[in-house]
Design a protein around this ligand. Structure first.
Ligand SMILES: [Zn+2]
Ligand SMILES: [Zn+2]
Length: 219
């Protein structure tokens, strides 16, 4: 497997893990869930000589999208989100409930809406969109070169909460079963928060140790 550049950066009040993912040849890159600290991210982008093409959101929760407006403005790049997430967060009652739940403003509409199976390119990177509803209706994971950016769907040793508006445990389990544990066992998992024993894992390790998989799916 060739080496792509991945920077994992904990950001903001909810310590969201923001990612910069870059093609080693061209420095074309994407930023996943910019959670704030925009100036720090912009400095890092500059120091690494990255040419960022897209802002990719794993889902619309306020803490994961806090840095969208400024980075979109400064870098002149589009924000991408799943189409179901975009329409879900366009309902006024959802926006109101979500901002009460999280204490932060809900997301602006995306510039590009994504579907399951879409491929985004940045240099030689091919980033596949995997729709994994459950934590929210339009949650996605991004798969690139043996790496899975799993947002709040799958964490190390646990999974996303399903008690916030639009969440469903049954749907989350179905996503884990049909979309994630079918990936190669050596796939590296990069979650949306560092809630486990380590900040990354693999699909194989989660299949052996994560109770959402061992108890709900494999038992
Ligand atoms: Zn979330
Ligand atoms: Zn989160």
């Amino acid at each position: 497997m060739r080496k792509i550049l991945i920077k994992q950066i904990p950001i903001g009040p909810f310590q969201v893990l923001t990612y910069l993912v870059a093609c080693p040849q061209t420095r074309h890159s994407v930023i996943i869930d910019p959670a704030g600290d925009e100036d720090k991210l912009l400095t890092l982008i500059q120091t690494e000589g990255l040419r960022v093409k897209y802002i990719l959101n794993t889902h619309g929760h306020a803490d994961h999208v806090l840095g969208n407006p400024k980075l979109k403005d400064v870098l002149k790049i589009p924000v991408c989100m799943h189409e179901a997430e975009n329409s879900f967060f366009s309902h006024p009652e959802v926006r109101e409930k979500s901002s009460r739940e999280l204490g932060l403003p809900p997301p602006d509409p995306a510039d590009i809406t994504l579907k399951d199976g879409d491929i985004l390119e940045a240099g030689t990177l091919k980033i596949r969109v995997i729709h994994t509803p459950g934590h929210t209706p339009g949650s996605v994971c991004y798969y690139v070169d043996g790496n899975l950016f799993s947002g709040d769907t799958l964490f190390v040793g646990t999974a996303g909460r399903t008690d916030l508006i639009g969440g469903s445990l049954d749907t989350l389990i179905e996503s884990l079963e049909k979309k994630l544990i079918v990936l190669p066992k050596e796939t590296r998992v990069w979650p949306g928060h560092d809630y486990g024993e380590s900040p990354t894992s693999t699909i194989g390790r989660e299949m052996a140790e994560n109770p959402y998989i061992t108890d709900f799916i494999l038992s």
